[in-house]
Design a protein around this ligand. Structure first.
Ligand SMILES: [Zn+2]
Length: 83
């Protein structure tokens, strides 16, 4: 699984709506990819904050913005690594 694939499934993973096979693939990715692990952890905490403020369901536009922010962060990290 590539980082981009991981990030695409991340919100589903955190929502617990993935099938067992995809979930196992994501967990496998987390085990070796520190970058995605950090992104996953940060996103999980962000979602918990929203849940604490009683917005249990993440609005779609927030999901999209979150994902866009994560993707650009990931690309930025890659650019830093390759320079
Ligand atoms: Zn990754």
């Amino acid at each position: 699984m590539k980082c981009s694939e991981f990030l695409q499934e991340l919100t589903n993973y955190l929502d617990g709506v993935l099938d067992a096979r995809t979930k196992a693939e994501l967990e496998d990715h987390l085990a070796w990819c520190h970058n995605c692990y950090v992104v996953c952890d940060t996103t999980k905490k962000t979602i918990e904050i929203y849940r604490d403020s009683q917005l249990y369901e993440l609005p779609d536009d927030l999901r999209t913005r979150l994902r866009t922010a994560i993707m650009s962060k990931c690309k930025q990290k890659k650019a830093e690594q390759s320079s």
